[in-house]
Design a protein around this ligand. Structure first.
Ligand SMILES: C[S@@+](CC[C@H](N)C(=O)[O-])C[C@H]1O[C@@H](n2cnc3c(N)ncnc32)[C@H](O)[C@@H]1O
Length: 232
C-alpha cells in the first residue's frame, strides 16, 4: 500500500515512520509512505500557501492552487482515496482502519489554520475523516493516527511482539487485562487462573474480563456483541 501525505509540517510524521511496526512494514515493502511539503507546490518567492478568508472572518485558509498542484503531481487514479483530515469528517474507528488497509493508494491531506478552500473538498476529496470530537491545530497528527492504525492491520505487519487478536474493538469488545512476570509484585498477584495452564478457563476468564471492562467503560459497544458473536 502507498500513502502520500500532503502537509505544511510533514516533519511531524517523520520520526514515527522510523520506529516499531511502521518501520517494519516499510522495510518489508508492505507500506510506502511519502511525505510532501505543501510549500513545494506554492508559487512565488515566498511560497505562500494560505490567504485570508472571503467574508471577513479572522484566521487563514489553505489556498486551492498548491493543494490542487500537490494532488495532481501524485497522479491519482480511480482507485486513489483522497482523504481530508477534518473534525467535520466521519469518526475514525478500527473498522475504517481495516477497510482502508485493503486500498492500494491513499492520499492524506492535512489542513491548518481555519482549514482548506472549499473547492478542494468539492473537487479532489473522496473521504473526510475525523479522529475525534475536538479541534487540533493541524491535520498532521490525525494523519499519523490513520497511518499507524492502518499500518498495524496490514497483513503480516505485526511481528511476534504484537498481536491484533483480541485488541480492543477487534470483536467490538475492549481488551482484557494483561500480566507478565513476576507472578507477584509488591504484594499484587497475577490471577491464579492465568497460571493454571487450563486453556478453556483462561479463555473464559479473558472473555469475562473483556465484557466487564466494556460494560464499565463503553456500554455502547455491548449491543453489538452477544454470546461471543458480533451482531451485524
Ligand atoms: C484548527 S483546525 C480547523 C477546524 C475547522 N475550522 C473546523 O472548525 O472544522 C485545522 C486543521 O486541523 C485538522 N484537524 C483538527 N482537528 C481534527 C480532528 N479532530 N480530526 C481530524 N483533523 C483535524 C484539520 O485538517 C483542520 O483543517
Amino acid at each position: 500500500m502507498k500513502i502520500d501525505v500532503i502537509a505544511i509540517f510533514p516533519e511531524i510524521l517523520e520520526m514515527a515512520l522510523h520506529v516499531g511496526i511502521l518501520k517494519r512494514a516499510i522495510d518489508r515493502d508492505l507500506l510506502e509512505v511519502h511525505l510532501h511539503n505543501l510549500r513545494n507546490f506554492a508559487e512565488g518567492n515566498r511560497r505562500t500557501v494560505d490567504d485570508y478568508p472571503y467574508g471577513g472572518e479572522s484566521g487563514m485558509i489553505l489556498k486551492p492552487e498548491p493543494l490542487f498542484a500537490a494532488v495532481r503531481s501524485l497522479e491519482p487514479t480511480e482507485v486513489t482515496r483522497v482523504i481530508f483530515l477534518t473534525p467535520q469528517g466521519k469518526p475514525f474507528n478500527q473498522r475504517i482502519a481495516e477497510e482502508l488497509s485493503l486500498e492500494t493508494h491513499l492520499v492524506l491531506i492535512c489542513g491548518r489554520y481555519k482549514g482548506i478552500d472549499q473547492r478542494v473538498r468539492e473537487k479532489l476529496i473522496t473521504d473526510e475523516i475525523s479522529i475525534g470530537d475536538y479541534v487540533l491545530s493541524g491535520g498532521e497528527v490525525p494523519a499519523l493516527v490513520l497511518i499507524d492504525a492502518i499500518g498495524r492491520v496490514l497483513p503480516s505487519a505485526l511481528g511476534d511482539y504484537e498481536s491484533a487478536q483480541n485488541d480492543s474493538f477487534s470483536r467490538e469488545l475492549l481488551d482484557h487485562p494483561h500480566y507478565t512476570r513476576p507472578a507477584e509484585f509488591e504484594g499484587m498477584k497475577v490471577p491464579d487462573i492465568l497460571l493454571s495452564g487450563h486453556h478453556q478457563k483462561i479463555t473464559d476468564w479473558k472473555r469475562d474480563r473483556s465484557l466487564e471492562k466494556t460494560a464499565e467503560q463503553r456500554p455502547d459497544l455491548l449491543h453489538k456483541f452477544k454470546n461471543n458473536e458480533v451482531l451485524d
